[in-house]
Write a protein that binds this ligand. Sequence first.
Ligand code: SF4
Length: 463
Amino acid sequence: MARLTALQLYKYLPAKNCGRCDEATCMAFAIRLLEREKKAVDCPELTDNGLERLEDAITPSVRDVEFGAGENKITVGGEEVICRHELRFFGSTPFFIDVSDLMDEKEIIKRTKFAQEFEVERIGQILKLQGVSIRCASGDSKKFSETVSKVAKDFSGALILCSFDPSILRAGVEIVKERKPLLYAANKENYTEVLEIAQEYGTPLVVYSDKIDELGSIAKEMSSRNFKDIILDPGAELRGSGLAKTLNKFTMLRKSAVKGVKELGYPLMCSTVSLWMGFKGSSEGERMSLAYTESTAASMLLDRFASLLVLHSIDVWAILPLVTLRQNIYTDPKIEPSVEAKLYEIGTPDESSPVIITTNFALTYFNVSGDLDNAKVSCYLLVIDTEGLAVTVSVAAEKMNASTINAALKESDVENKVKHHKLIIPGAAARLKDEFEDETGWEIIVGPNDSSQLSNFLIKENL
Ligand code: SF4
């Protein structure tokens, strides 16, 4: 489905240029709509009919679905393209940790705590898990409800409630209704009852079927009943050749959605829990092997359009590649990740500390500052605005040049913080040494190419 242009969207607007949406003109509003910085309802001049038409026009190929409450609200889906470079991806895949009502209390607390506390910092962002998925494996409504209460007490994030029995789902959602959990799942047998629960409690639901045509027909039926907060689970075989079939199925579903097949235009979820069925927990080797398989399969699914993933393993080494890959996939490819260009103090620098220059490309900054931190070097790190480009590229593109360095030196006032005038530049900028010296009047010292060598370099050069 071709993405509308701002001019095409403009035709859906009242063309009054009244400014009531806080934009000067309707065209400016259309541009903000395209960028998803405004919603159709932000134009109070639209009639009910006009609003419906506009909302229909801007609904992405993969509809966005919200659940959770307050600061733990999650939006999944919202995609319009197959490949990230065509636009960007929007609904960063949330990760949920699996809890079953047959687990003992100690295990439930351990898993809930892991989901709550897991966090890792990478290129300036804190990467976390988003929720807990509570599975009724006992078939006992009372036991399931007790587990939902236990998890809800210790965990503040988003929740998924899992059972194919509508009465069990109803008992669970009643306990956490204010947290707007996601209901899993409606299938061809139960979808009327599960839909009733979702409509009554205002929650989204998952439709499950391993047959694509069945998934589509249930979703279409729900849509005809004016319910569109749907996530699709096409089932997942994750072992051997089953994994290839699963990846093909996910790809086919995304392609259909982007081509405009409305009944398949919903986010996709995948649970890796089936991999662990039959595991008795006695063999550490088998557990590690399953966690490895799970992490590998989940990485592939993350890459092949899974909008939501439920994971069983709580090994940090198995989760780490997933949060890292997710961060990479869901960054906007048009914007280089960057940090603020300014003077940073590493450790406790004084007037004789070295002054080192680098660029504001986030990966470069965090590598250089991390290496200096780890080596316990106290220094001033002057970060130049190179529009997020790394050193080699910024030198080639002349984003790191004599005048940008001179301006950064002046703006940072670093010359009044140190008693020397020695500036260490990256090895990759060596050819600009004389130019820098002429422009700044500072003595330019060419540092190593690799920031991990900086500490030894400073000792060797007595800096
Ligand atoms: S409120 Fe509506 S009609 Fe007025 S400028 Fe904004 S988009 Fe145009």
